[in-house]
Design a protein around this ligand. Structure first.
Ligand code: C5P
Length: 218
């Protein structure tokens, strides 16, 4: 129906900053809170979708959403791929660490009297992998930039074969990591960029899903 346009559809969302272990008590992560992804999961639920949220965030689980908690990028990828085939819309709102420590000690590392080095290796690019595997899935990625936002977002759209990139300028005070508001530019193939002025992440989540629904022609 028109008030529940995602009824019977599966929406898969990732959220939060992945955690890459150094040892049992130390890790590398980033400033993502997960708020944008959680608001998207709730908005999709409210539009009637069955929602799976793969989360590396500590936020409280939203009601009526299946939450899979993960830490690392590779765990996130495994949980996402387990739900990918059934998904109609996939939203990669997570800030996935580009690198992980080569060695992840299973015991706490001891202090030494010398400097030490942590070697990092590349993580899989989950969105780019999905871009190559997708068939029916409408694939939405995010881009956090500090400059030339549209240019980099368009480049990301093509490189990762996404259907939409939601770009935000993280240098702005009311946008990006850990804020309750955001200001975004939506980039799609063969569309003019859509600018959404500063608003709550809840309102922006609804607009993003509405644009996706219009493109899906459900
Ligand atoms: O390349 P960049 O990290 O800026 O791209 C951001 C988009 O790609 C986000 O949607 C993010 O979730 C996704 N991503 C990913 N796997 C990575 C890095 C980013 O899926 N290793």
């Amino acid at each position: 129906s028109s008030d529940l346009p995602l009824k019977g559809k599966n929406v898969l969302v990732s959220a939060g900053g992945t955690i890459e272990r150094i040892d049992p008590v130390r890790y590398i992560t980033n400033d993502s809170s997960g708020k944008m992804g959680y608001r998207l999961a709730e908005a999709a639920r409210d539009l009637g979708a069955m929602v799976t949220l793969v989360s590396a965030s500590k936020l409280e689980h939203p009601f009526g959403v299946t939450v899979k908690e993960v830490q690392s990028a590779r765990e996130m990828q495994a949980e996402l791929m387990a739900s990918f085939d059934e998904a109609n819309i996939v939203i990669m709102a997570a800030a996935v660490s580009d690198y992980r420590p080569v060695n992840q000690a299973d015991r706490k590392m001891k202090k030494t009297d010398t400097d030490i080095q942590i070697n990092l290796e590349e993580n899989p690019d989950i969105l780019a992998t999905m871009g190559q595997l997708k068939n029916k899935q409408f694939l939405i990625g995010f881009a956090a930039e500090t400059n030339d936002v549209e240019k980099y977002a368009l480049d990301k759209l093509k490189r990762k074969q996404a259907d939409m990139i939601v770009a935000n300028d993280v240098s702005k005070a009311d946008a990006g990591f850990n804020k309750d508001t955001n200001e975004v530019i939506i980039i799609q193939p063969n569309h003019k960029p859509i600018h959404i002025d500063t608003d709550t992440k809840e309102a922006i989540a609804k607009e993003i899903l509405q644009i996706a629904i219009n493109n899906l022609k459900l």
